[in-house]
Design a protein around this ligand. Structure first.
Ligand SMILES: *Cc1c(COP(=O)(O)O)cnc(C)c1O
Length: 397
């Protein structure tokens, strides 16, 4: 008897649902047009919004750091793993976010999970948008606080929850994604902040998909909505628009110092190697020096959205470079993704439980680096395959 037989059984179940997927493998560089599983495709699946993963300035900075400082950091931050460049990057991020201080984590995931679980305990309550990222949900669970969920972007429902819990808990945290990762829509942050202020709650936002994308020079949703000083905890990632790896928290100096003492991924997991930190620093230089990248990103965003809408696809409520093509069935989403791939377009299918049942989709993300030709090729493939699979109305024989 194999005690792991249940794994095989569950994998077979996934297979029957059409949700068992093999990892697609990129050879060479991660960019707008690249080699995936040996085939050249237009890549509409990465979070490389500004095309920085392969930017020469980032690559050179990483190489120089390896030569000057070596390959690894050798320790967690609180023992011997804080190198000068870590501190420099955190100062740079704080200036970028216009906050007093910032702290870098190994990833956006650990930034969220580590922060929420550090600052809240079982006497507290967390009020969370129902579509918040998995790393927020895990942080909430780790904190052992009570978790209350409000309907997606629904400020009325947020007020209902806040009224309901009034006076019952020690502290309240209101938390939302800035841009939602599966639908690409933007949180109604001014109203959410207002609600949090009325109830004396801590306000936290996860700007993983909005940093480098929204706001002046990509400062994120807090800047986009002019809410500086009113959001206590801002999380961002260095893994998406910044093009490298990592996550950060920006806020008051006491918040950051507290996280140095209490955030478990900061205390118990080794810090970034010098190459990662140096490449991130170079990325912030590029953000300043090449503002046209953000303009091109939004240009491409408008182009593909208009194209997909014109073809007749359901692109949901997206307001960002993330544009879903909702087909409402896992097998159909995976079939669409597979056929697009054969036509030279890499756009991942996403099924339940990553998105709710009935909202299964192929998700597209454009970058600043896609050319018009790339996007026209993608739209032609969507048109052809959409008709073939009956998503766009029947093919007339
Ligand atoms: C991707 C993502 C994260 C995690 O960021 P990583 O740096 O990839 O770990 C956190 N929150 C949201 C909303 C995300 O989309």
């Amino acid at each position: 008897m194999n005690p792991l037989q249940f794994l095989t059984d569950e994998l077979q179940e996934l297979g029957q649902l059409g949700a068992r997927r093999e990892l697609r493998v990129i050879t060479g560089e991660q960019k707008a047009r690249c080699i995936v599983d040996g085939r050249e495709v237009v890549n509409l699946s990465s979070n490389n919004y500004l095309g920085l993963t392969t930017h020469p300035k980032l690559v050179e900075a990483a190489l120089a750091a390896v030569r000057a400082e070596g390959a690894g950091s050798g320790s967690v931050r609180t023992i011997a793993g804080t190198m000068a460049s870590h501190v420099q990057l955190e100062e740079r991020i704080a200036a970028f976010k216009k906050t007093a201080a910032a702290v870098v984590f190994q990833s956006g995931f650990t930034a969220n999970a580590g922060t929420v679980s550090a600052i809240l305990g079982k006497e507290d309550v967390i009020v969370s948008d129902e579509l918040n990222h998995a790393s927020i949900i895990d942080g909430c669970r780790l904190s052992r606080a009570t978790i209350k969920v409000f309907k997606h972007k629904d400020v009325k429902d947020l007020h209902r929850v806040l009224d309901e819990i009034e006076g019952q808990y020690r502290r309240t945290l209101v938390i939302t994604d800035g841009v939602f990762s599966m639908d690409g829509d933007i949180a109604p942050l001014p109203d959410i902040v207002e609600a949090a202020e009325q109830h004396g709650a801590i306000m936290m936002i996860d700007d993983a998909h909005s940093s480098g994308v929204l706001g002046n020079a990509g400062r994120g949703t807090v800047d986009h909505f002019g809410l500086h000083g009113r959001v206590h905890i801002q999380v961002g990632t260095l893994s998406k628009a910044i093009g490298v790896l990592g996550g950060y928290v920006a806020g008051s100096s006491d918040l950051i110092e507290y996280l140095h003492h209490k955030a478990r991924p900061f205390l118990f997991s080794t810090s970034h190697p010098p190459a990662v930190t140096a490449a991130c620093l170079a990325a912030f230089d590029v953000l300043e020096q090449e503002p046209d990248r953000i303009a091109r990103l939004w240009d491409n965003t408008r182009f593909i959205k208009e194209g997909l809408d014109r073809l007749g696809f359901d692109t949901g409520a997206s307001q960002s470079p993330i544009t879903p093509v909702i087909v409402g069935d896992t097998k159909l989403a995976m079939r669409l993704s597979d056929r697009l791939f054969e036509e030279g377009v890499f756009a991942q299918g996403i099924g339940f439980p990553t998105v709710p049942r009935g909202k299964e989709r192929v998700r597209t993300i454009v970058t600043a680096e896609h050319t018009r030709q790339d996007l026209e090729q993608a739209l032609a493939a969507f048109d052809k395959v959409g008709r073939e699979l009956g998503i766009l109305g029947k093919v007339t024989a």
